[in-house]
Design a binder for this molecule. Structure first.
Ligand code: IMP
Length: 188
């Protein structure tokens, strides 16, 4: 990740197979928005976006929900600049809104081992929300969604490391409009 970046994303050999197209993402997020609009009818949920990976998902999801939602951001770190989790979750930025008696929806990019989610759930539940649900764009097939209490999931995907639509490697590729498999050439 130290070499100069390719001048165009089109020329970047590390962007592998497209796993989810822009259209698939748009359609599924619209569905999730409709479902949340129904489930939270008459309420004003607080969307808690887990930075940084979920920021693109959050902007599309929030605009698909026809309710007076509020938004806040929390940031955790477990990956550093690599594709492997360090196994330790660190709070990097806390919320500004008080969660007491709020209907909170935690908006995550991907549930992989579930380590991040377990940490966040513990931290947020301790603040006395009226309810706490999780809405993840992606979940690994291997993730124990029931055990982790994840109610809303956009797509279940296999184990490949993925980039785009907010997800990064070393802060790159978040601006891809689709989700692709990360395939660094010298990783073969
Ligand atoms: P977990 O704690 O193992 O569930 O990992 C969750 C976090 O790891 C996500 O919020 C992402 O930031 C990051 N992550 C896991 N898999 C990927 C991936 O394939 N691409 C990009 N980030 C990932």
């Amino acid at each position: 990740m130290t070499d100069a970046p390719p001048t165009s994303l089109d020329d970047d050999p590390s962007i592998g197979r497209v796993l989810l197209s822009e259209e698939q993402l748009v359609n599924r997020i619209a569905e999730l928005g409709r479902q949340l609009t129904q489930d939270y009818a008459g309420r004003a949920p607080l969307l808690v976006c887990v930075l940084r990976g979920a920021y693109v998902f959050l902007t599309d999801l929030a605009r698909s929900i026809d309710l007076p939602v509020e938004i806040d951001f929390i940031a955790v770190s477990s990956y550093g600049a690599t594709t492997r989790t360090s196994g330790v979750v660190r709070l990097v930025k806390d919320l500004e809104v008080d969660l007491t008696d709020r209907d909170v929806i935690l908006v995550e990019d991907i549930v992989d081992t579930g380590l991040t989610l377990r940490y966040l759930r513990r931290s947020l539940e301790a603040r006395g929300p009226a309810s706490l649900e999780v809405c993840a764009l992606l979940a690994r097939e291997s993730a124990d969604l029931e055990g982790l209490g994840v109610r809303y999931v956009g797509f279940t995907i296999p184990g490949d490391f993925v980039i785009g639509y907010g997800l990064d490697v070393g802060e790159r590729y978040r601006n891809l409009r689709y989700l692709a498999v990360y395939e660094p050439p010298d990783d073969a």
